[in-house]
Design a protein around this ligand. Sequence first.
Ligand SMILES: Nc1ncnc2c1ncn2[C@@H]1O[C@H](COP(=O)(O)OP(=O)(O)OP(=O)(O)O)[C@@H](O)[C@H]1O
Ligand SMILES: [Mg+2]
Length: 269
Amino acid sequence: MSLDLPQGGAPKISFQNVTRRFGDDQNAFIALDRLNLDIADGEFVTVVGPSGCGKSTAMNIAAGLMTASEGQVLVDGRPVSGPSPERGVIFQQYALFPWLTVRQNVEFGLRIKRISAAERRRIADHFIDLVGLKDFADALPKTLSGGMKQRCAIARAYAVNPIILLMDEPFGALDALTRVQMQDQLLDTWSRERRTVIFITHDVDEAVYLANRVIVMAARPGRLHKIIPVDLPYPRTEEIRLSPAFAEIRNQVWHAVYHQNPQINQNSR
Ligand SMILES: Nc1ncnc2c1ncn2[C@@H]1O[C@H](COP(=O)(O)OP(=O)(O)OP(=O)(O)O)[C@@H](O)[C@H]1O
Ligand SMILES: [Mg+2]
């Protein structure tokens, strides 16, 4: 199951026959079965599918945090062999350093890259501003709400200038209103900075609202099930969210996720 790139040209990220097994050979459990997927430079793809279908496994392999049993992930044609600052990772529960302020947290990756203090400050402030935390740059994480902490985590991931953002249910723990605001903020940032984004979510509306394409996966074994293009213009607005065209695509995604296999779906979140 491979696919053509929407715009043609060399893919930014290429999953090539990526398989991941857990356990010993005889009782090996296939968490991900021969995933083939090309993602274009600057593309925003979202990934949905029942719990346990290998979404996080695929992302962890792309992040270089887990190895594939077979196959490989290429970034700009080069195999991923470990974590890299060019790939920023944001998880659902992102741990900020509690003893560092928002600005110090955002500067952390830049410190590791040995960027000068003045330049660190300039870059950190740019991204703190971008995520709307300007007034909280000197605050400690414990004084921030969940959404603000997550925006700080996003600023931190952006600050090291990753060419790719890997986001695993980053807004899962947020209330509905904050979540919608975070989606708009992320799209706003994406349209300005134009990174390539892979974004896992359980929320079908969120998947459609954000994406150029929605990747639907299936479980047992975890695999690519369907790719649904989202032919809606950016910037995405409330009007688009409430449009019949949006509802049509959401229904397609919903159907692809929840009518794969009734037994599995009963157990999924
Ligand atoms: N370290 C591990 N050891 C053994 N099995 C694992 C390990 N990591 C993941 N798995 C199994 O691989 C399968 C895929 O897991 P993964 O976390 O990728 O699913 P997911 O699609 O992200 O699910 P969710 O939506 O619940 O986050 C699951 O059945 C899981 O139990
Ligand atoms: Mg997961």
